[in-house]
Design a protein around this ligand. Structure first.
Ligand SMILES: [Cu+2]
Length: 567
């Protein structure tokens, strides 16, 4: 009995082994074995690769949404409000012209109608006396609030108040914001933040010699301050209180529910910076940072005190219009999702603080998202284009508010660095560059000339400008994304302000799927060739067979081994 059993007991493992060899994918055989098999059995016949998968139809957002108030003719047109000449916006999205007028005249000086249309409170930007008698107000009092965007809410499972930097991408932010009347969302049904509650914090413009007061009204749940980086300000104010915004050197921070007024009378002009200085490695990177521009003193110099979202300056100063046809505020930043998502996981100030200060490690930070004026491509094409005409000059005031340096490259143009950190570069040593290195916190004033001379410019077109380091042109590694924008000549803009691009369809980039990494990149121009590959069913069957015969073999070998030991 045992003899017959012994003979038969070898059959099962042998069958399992033969099955495994049959099912083993031939492509995995060693080269020598493949050649030996080929010499015995001939070459294997060609098997076509699996079919391409049918991808879902792309359902893009409108590039330049019709019917949005930002893209309306009423907001984009050149117009005069309260005696303020407001320039046209050639691109798709414009700032609210009533708010622009109120920022120029002062929210305390415009008509109730303009104030209501601006959405601001009457004390948002208060303009007082003309101290030097040159026809413009020199007493400026700005009030800033702190607003959380895309945070967790105890009342809803949705993020509150929402602001997308690109389709479907909503990291959490804290921003300085102008004082607004009414609610934070566009209406009762929407979770969408109002236009002026956005990234980046507004660019602030004051005049050299102005008596400037900025009150930080802290309605937020954490302590904050205001630090005027590079702007000439006294360390202490007239009452002896701290005025530098630095909790470890000058003052107790502004606690939740509190307010503090910072004061300065800047003696020099230039492109400066402002930011919170409480735990700056996290607070600045959460979005509490903005451009601070001190304009040269000129008669009748009515300034647009705030430029929400930065971008085109619709009422440039006298000194700027003497030298340039156009002016743009360009605020770059980057976002570490590991930091910014923390306010989406907690809504108790104690747990947010614990998570940010004790669990997050800024030395391990890597940037995932890259923004220009608070948006990533393709949204940068709606509101951060540098729109020009031939034979013009434009001033680009650039701030790098991010944690990584930027090697800013302009296609089709060279730019001249006229000021670094708001300090003039002597004219005799200025040079033209097509790559400008901008360190974190650095500001560069770049002069762009659009005369087609083969040096400064190569002629009209849609010319990209972007960091030439390889990360910042992606959104969490998916390109095109990041802070890509373009210098666009007016003749290359459609009626609605959208650039007349040619080449690949931009439609995939206007979907959330693309940035969730669910769409093949070139599907649009070769739907079958460049879609995702389907599954090879035969290969799957082989693998299943391999697993089955492998299991059989192991089970049989084990029972054989145990039987032999018993014998
Ligand atoms: Cu802060």
């Amino acid at each position: 009995m045992s003899g017959r059993n012994g003979r038969w007991s070898w059959i099962l493992p042998a069958v399992a082994l033969a099955g495994m060899l049959l099912c083993y994918p031939p492509a995995w055989y060693p080269q020598g074995l493949k050649l030996w098999l080929t010499s015995w059995f001939g070459t294997p016949s060609y098997r076509s690769p699996p079919h391409s998968m049918d991808m879902p139809a792309v359902n893009p957002e409108p590039f330049c949404p019709e019917g949005a108030v930002e893209s309306s003719a009423a907001w984009r047109a050149a117009q005069e409000i309260e005696g303020v000449s407001i320039r046209a916006t050639e691109g798709c999205f414009a700032d609210n012209p009533h708010a622009v007028a109120a920022f120029v005249r002062g929210t305390n000086r415009v008509s109730p109608e303009t104030l209501a249309l601006s959405g601001l409170t009457s004390d948002a930007v208060v303009k007082g006396e003309d101290l030097d008698g040159d026809g413009d107000p020199d007493e400026i009092h700005i009030r800033l609030e702190i607003v959380e965007l895309n945070g967790a809410s105890p009342e809803s499972s949705e993020l509150m108040t929402q602001f997308a930097i690109a389709p479907g991408i909503r990291p959490g932010f804290w921003v300085f914001a102008p004082k607004l009347a009414g609610m934070a969302t566009v209406n009762f049904e929407s979770l969408q933040a109002r236009g002026m509650l956005r990234l980046p914090s507004p660019a602030i413009r004051v005049e050299q010699g102005d008596r400037v007061r900025i009150t930080l009204e802290n309605g937020h749940y954490m302590p904050h301050t205001l630090h005027l980086h590079g702007a000439d300000h006294p360390f202490l104010d007239v009452t002896g209180e701290g005025n530098d915004g630095v909790p470890i050197a000058s003052e107790v921070p502004v606690m939740p529910g509190g307010a503090r007024t910072y004061e300065l009378t800047p003696r020099n002009s230039g492109t400066k910076f402002y930011h919170c200085h409480v735990q700056p490695h996290v607070h600045v990177m959460m979005g509490l940072q903005g451009l601070f521009i001190i304009e040269e003193n000129r008669p009748n110099n009515w300034l647009q005190t705030l430029n929400p979202g930065a971008g085109q300056v619709r009422v440039p100063s006298k000194a700027v219009t003497e030298r340039y046809d156009r002016e743009f505020d360009l605020h770059y930043s980057d976002i570490d999702q590991q930091l910014n998502e923390r306010i989406q996981r907690h809504n108790d100030p104690r747990t947010v603080t614990r998570s940010m200060h004790r669990e997050y490690d800024a030395t391990d930070a890597t940037a995932d998202y890259f923004t220009l004026n608070g948006r990533s491509f393709p949204y940068t094409f709606r509101e951060s284009l540098v729109v020009v005409k031939p034979d013009e000059s434009a001033l680009m005031r650039v701030l790098n508010g991010g944690r990584e340096g930027i090697s800013l490259h302009t296609h089709g143009h060279t730019v001249t660095v006229t000021h670094r950190d708001g300090v003039e570069v002597a004219p005799e040593v200025r040079e033209r560059r097509d790559v400008v290195w901008i360190a974190p916190a650095q500001r560069m004033d770049l002069a762009l000339a659009t005369t087609n001379d083969g040096h400064g410019a190569y002629g009209p077109g849609i010319w990209l400008f972007h960091d030439h380091g390889k990360k910042a042109v992606t959104t969490d590694g998916i390109g095109p994304g990041g802070h890509i924008s373009a210098i666009v000549y007016e003749e290359f803009l459609a009626e609605n302000g959208w650039p007349k691009t040619s080449g690949v369809s931009l439609e995939p980039y206007f979907t959330e799927d693309y940035y969730r990494k669910e769409l093949p990149v070139w599907q649009a121009y070769a739907p079958r060739l460049l879609s995702d590959a389907g599954y090879d069913l035969l290969a799957l069957l082989r693998l299943l067979g391999l697993a089955l015969f492998g299991g059989m073999f192991l089970a049989a070998a084990w029972s054989l081994f145990r039987r032999r030991r018993r014998v």
